[in-house]
Design a binder for this molecule. Structure first.
Ligand SMILES: [Zn+2]
Length: 286
């Protein structure tokens, strides 16, 4: 039986009401993930939770070992990943406290090394025109509609490098291009999930208006805490509803992404590379 993977903050895991929770240490050919994997059951389904930045939030967006995170989920039997993260809004009518079901990404990072499993003698080019699994997006929207009408069913996520937030010039530039939200982590997860033939979808929870919005009354700590509390509570209800609907064993085109993506003939690929990537390419080696 396949498992549902969840990547998010530790606060969410504590509120999910996981049964039979156990912690599993994993190592992968790409090193160690951000933390132990938390395995358990929610609504009778097997889930694996991974805190993206570690349980104490001790990793910068650029310090997270995304390849190890996605490899660890794949190696623990995950077929579909729900990712939740905090974002800034680039539009007046996307308000703090709202949720956006992302359908596009725009890359503003300089990562080269850690954004692919391929290399070392094996070339692979995945299709990425629609970077989020369409059927998982439909399920997230269906689940969200049970709780609210106040969410965005699509949006473009600008992935900036961080850890500092944007300058106002950058923020206004992204806004002028019509992008919807800005964050620091999700694009590379989507890429690696596709290379690892797992479905992946992002739930973006809006915490603030980035810095483009001038003349806004000064935001108090109280207001920020209120939004974070609202986001976490909504995230908990939403993720439980998604898990109720989601069937980790149902097939999806995402699960055969590599069929036409691998370019190098296998007899020319170093044995070391084949061994390192066996967790994703094994079925094609036969
Ligand atoms: Zn899919």
């Amino acid at each position: 039986m396949a498992r549902i993977g969840i990547i998010g903050g530790t606060g969410l895991y504590e509120m999910l009401g996981v049964e039979g929770s156990q912690e599993v240490h994993m190592t992968t050919p790409f090193g160690s993930p951000s933390d132990v994997l938390f395995l358990g059951r929610v609504c009778g389904k097997e889930i694996v939770f991974l805190p993206r930045h570690g349980r104490y939030h001790s990793l910068l967006p650029t310090e997270v070992n995304y390849r190890a995170n996605i490899a660890a989920l794949k190696m623990s039997g995950v077929s579909k990943i729900i990712s939740i993260s905090a974002v800034g809004s680039l539009k007046e009518d996307i308000r703090p406290g709202q949720m956006v079901v992302i359908d596009q990404f725009f890359d503003r990072t300089n990562r080269r090394k850690d954004n692919t499993f391929f290399g070392d003698g094996l070339v692979g080019h995945i299709q990425f025109g629609d970077p989020v699994c369409p059927s998982m997006r439909d399920i997230i929207i269906m689940a969200a509609e049970k709780h609210t009408k106040d969410f965005r069913p699509n949006g473009t996520y600008v992935n900036m490098e961080g850890p500092a937030f944007s300058t106002r010039a950058e923020s206004l530039f992204y806004k002028s291009l019509g992008f919807d939200v800005i964050g620091m982590t999700n694009l590379v997860e989507a890429k690696l999930s596709r290379e690892a033939e797992m479905c992946y979808a992002t739930i973006a929870m809006v915490t603030d208006y980035d810095c483009w919005r001038e003349g806004e009354e000064s935001v108090t700590v109280e207001v920020i805490l209120e939004i974070l509390k609202k986001n976490t509570e909504f995230g908990r209800k939403l993720v439980r509803s998604i898990i109720e609907i989601l069937d980790a064993d149902s097939d999806c085109p995402c699960h055969s992404n590599l069929r036409y993506a691998l370019v190098t003939p296998f007899d020319k690929v170093p044995e070391e590379t084949k061994a390192k990537l066996s967790f994703i390419i094994e079925k094609y080696l036969k």
